[in-house]
Ligand binder design. Structure first.
Ligand code: GDG
Length: 434
């Protein structure tokens, strides 16, 4: 979605995982596409387990979200991660033209530039990390911690979500003997230079604002009270959903249950092949049941928990209708829901964004109600404050947040990244190649 606009505008090839697993194939498969070529690389069932659910989502994801207790070290995961990246590099090398810019996305592909360089690829290669940059002490859980800096050093441009992420990345390079700091955030690693910069991602503002104008869908029209607070998250332990439900319980305890107000939580299933994700689903069902049993009425449930995907236009409409939005992530690269909620609001009567200090979005959206998501009382007070906030303050906070949303529109974000990548000095030769 984020890249569709850029590819339509500039042309190019999109390469991503084939939607179905199957036997490994020699070459990338054509997936069709009208405005630009889409190519798929096929993962085997074992690769899906060991590479995707394994190293990517049971090692790199928890490591980057400060949950090293959930990291599952397993030799088969490590081996699959290296092999899949090597194979993808070989398949990409067959389709890359000499002047192509290559833009790699996310933690599934950290070693891709290094593998491409080994094959003699000298194109400019950029990388964007959608999730938080890990704390350097946490990198010690990797099977080969020093290799991590080497993976990044083979890119020309590394884009991160926030200035805090850039600081953590530079701290890692500072502790890497082969890395030399040049001016600004540029690192020299052997003969190669890599620039580290923040590029806070955003949403397609106009499209989302339009989608929201349909208003709250049929879902809300029957049996629900007048007002609701909303949460929309992939069901992931990093999103802080149990603490959100507990904070809502604290709100009910402290400010009294009001059958005209509910919490609507949309949380579609995610990565259910990983144990930690199955466990958090049970935990949430348990808390919602407890809170509803304790405070609910025959005609009213304080927490409405939808554990299934909802169509995008309905999500947009529901966000528009909500008096407040709760984003209580314990760690989050950016959090697009925070931006979508603001973009969905009616400017003359906007709702209030309650935003975790640990979401990347909080670095710039400082006029949201910023909270520590671990502190149930603070979140409960923020809910009360949001629901009783005077219109003039709601409008002022909305305007300030909307300025940030507009300044980070995803179309401009992609243009800025690609322009910066194109301006990187050329890689004249790579290790082992003339
Ligand atoms: C990663 C980083 C970073 C959610 N439920 C439904 C639904 N959604 C949509 C939301 C939003 C998207 O999914 C979630 O985006 P987030 O940014 O909140 O989180 P991640 O999926 O973890 O994304 C994150 C992002 O990459 C971009 O760089 O911000 O930090 O973790 O758009 O609206 N959409 C529909 N139905 C649902 O039920 N249609």
């Amino acid at each position: 979605m984020a890249l569709d606009e850029a590819l339509r505008e500039k042309g190019g090839i999109w390469i991503g995982a084939h939607p179905e697993t199957g036997p490994e194939e020699e070459a990338l498969t054509d997936l069709g596409g009208d405005a630009y070529r889409r190519l798929g690389f096929r993962l085997s069932e074992a690769d899906r387990e060991n590479y995707y659910l394994g190293f990517a989502n049971s090692v790199l994801w928890p490591l980057s979200h400060h949950r090293t207790d959930l990291v599952d070290t397993n030799r088969a995961f490590t081996e699959a991660y290296a092999r899949v990246n090597r194979r993808l590099a070989q398949q990409m090398a067959e389709v890359i033209a000499p002047d192509d810019l290559i833009w790699v996305h996310d933690y599934h592909f950290f070693p891709l530039a290094q593998e491409l360089r080994k094959l003699g690829v000298t194109n400019r290669i950029g990388f964007f990390l959608h999730i938080p940059f890990p704390n350097i002490t946490d990198l010690a859980v990797l099977p080969d911690p020093p290799a991590f800096a080497g993976w990044l050093a083979h890119y020309d441009l590394v884009g991160l979500q926030t200035r805090a992420d850039v600081a953590r990345c530079l701290e890692m390079f500072r502790a890497t003997p082969q890395a030399e700091h040049l001016r600004g955030g540029t690192i020299k690693f052997g003969a190669h230079e890599v620039a580290i910069r923040s590029f806070p991602i955003g949403i397609s503002v106009e499209a989302f604002t339009q989608a929201a104008q349909g208003g709250a869908p049929a879902l809300m029209q029957d049996g629900c009270g007048d007002a609701y607070v909303i949460g929309v998250d992939r069901l992931d332990y990093s999103k802080g959903l149990p603490n959100r439900f507990r904070a809502y319980e604290r709100y009910l305890e402290r400010f009294g249950p009001d059958p005209r107000i509910s919490l609507v939580q949309i949380a579609p299933p995610s990565r259910e092949g990983v144990k930690a994700y199955r466990e958090i689903t049970h935990e949430l069902e348990h808390i919602a049941g407890q809170v509803n049993g304790r405070f609910g009425e025959v005609h009213w449930a304080p927490i409405r928990f939808l554990h299934r995907p909802v169509p995008r236009d309905e999500v947009a409409g529901l966000l528009r209708g909500a008096r407040a939005c709760l984003v209580t992530a314990l760690a989050d690269g950016m959090n697009l829901v925070a931006k979508e909620y603001v973009a969905a609001q009616a400017p003359e009567d906007p709702g209030v964004l309650i935003l975790s200090r640990f979401a990347g979005a909080a670095e710039d959206m400082t006029e949201a109600l910023l909270v520590n998501p671990h502190d149930c009382d603070e979140v409960a007070e923020a809910i009360h404050r949001a629901l009783t906030m005077p219109l003039s303050e709601r409008r002022a906070r909305y305007r300030a947040c909307m300025d940030v949303v507009e300044a980070t529109d995803v179309g401009d974000w992609a243009r800025r990244f690609l322009d910066r990548l194109a301006a990187c000095p050329p890689t004249l030769s790579v290790a082992g190649k003339p």
